[in-house]
Design a protein. Structure first.
Length: 309
């Protein structure tokens, strides 16, 4: 595949299961060397779409090219060029980390060197440890090593940090960022919006099998024009001036949130008033709309999260 051609091209993809249409006309491209996030609620069609791209599920209609190949017809050469981290992988608990990687490496014509690979995923000191004795974070790093053992050009990461503690998640992010710097193309699915915002170059949000938004994380956030929140705690006995009080949202205890489309003007007014009145505002912060806010709005999940109908 030429370096300037897209790594993935999807045009009018459909997948039906009897009377149910799980994927309804998806079209998108993924460029070489980018991290592309596919987002959506459970049942949106993400897993079906990814399995079609991997060549493990047939499409009902549409055209697809993955690394220049129709994945339905891709043979061994195609499969050696992709790697996958599944949500759950069935590994032999009795094998050591090193034995597991060596076993998988034996299935490829030109595998990565095992010591180098273990170093890349920070498992060198766990090489002789049995899989059953690994922590959750170590198992996910082993999953990543197995996805990379064939030196793939394209890696599918399905919820790669689910169940990891914060420190392990950050290490996984660093590894994924390293893959991108090395020129690998990554298709990421995740329910962690901070992860997507940190890692993804572009995002496709789907709901009910259809695309509802696409773009960079920053563009998606900017495009929804949601209010900015200025948050702080108000000391006992202090009352906001009337013009600021009208912007305040109900909060718990002394917490105050001002929601505005003019954060610069409102923040200037708030801090000017506080300085004039010699009032300290603990916890003062400016919170822009997050990718999670946008995602919930786009997919219609906000009402469910807030307990609405």
């Amino acid at each position: 595949m030429a370096a300037d051609l897209p790594a993935i091209v999807v045009d009018d993809l459909h997948r039906r299961y009897g009377d149910v249409e799980a994927v309804r006309g998806l079209s998108f491209t993924v460029q070489p060397g980018e991290v592309f996030a596919l987002l959506g609620p459970n049942g949106a069609g993400k897993t079906t779409t990814v399995e079609i791209l991997e060549g493990y599920r047939r499409r009902s209609a549409g055209t697809i090219r993955v690394l220049g190949v129709d994945p339905e017809r891709g043979g061994r050469d195609f499969r050696e060029r992709i790697g996958m981290v599944l949500q759950a992988a069935g590994l032999d608990d009795e094998l050591t980390v090193g034995e597991t990687v060596e076993l998988y490496a034996s299935c490829y014509s030109a595998p990565r060197a095992v010591p180098q690979l273990l170093d890349e995923v920070d498992l060198v000191d766990r090489r002789d440890r049995r899989v059953q004795h690994l922590s959750g974070g170590e198992r996910r790093r082993l999953d990543l090593a197995l996805a990379l053992v064939g030196d793939p050009a394209l890696v599918f990461l399905d919820e790669p940090t689910t169940g990891l503690d914060p420190a392990a998640r950050r290490r996984a992010w660093d590894t994924i960022a390293g893959l991108r710097r090395a020129g690998r193309t990554i298709v990421l699915t995740s329910h962690y919006m901070d992860e997507v915002q940190r890692l993804a170059d572009r995002v496709l949000v789907i709901a009910n099998g259809r695309a509802v938004a696409a773009g960079t994380p920053s563009a998606l956030r900017a495009g929804r024009r949601r209010p900015t929140t200025i948050a702080f705690r108000l000391p006992d006995g202090v009352t906001l001036p009337a013009d600021l009080a009208t912007l305040a949202q109900p909060g718990a205890g002394d917490a105050v949130e001002l929601c505005t489309d003019e954060p610069t003007r409102v923040l200037h007014r708030l801090t000017g008033w506080a300085l004039t009145e010699d009032v300290e505002l603990p916890g003062l912060s400016v919170l822009e709309p997050s990718l999670e806010d946008v995602y919930l709005e786009l997919t219609g999940e906000r009402e469910a999260v807030l307990g609405g109908s």
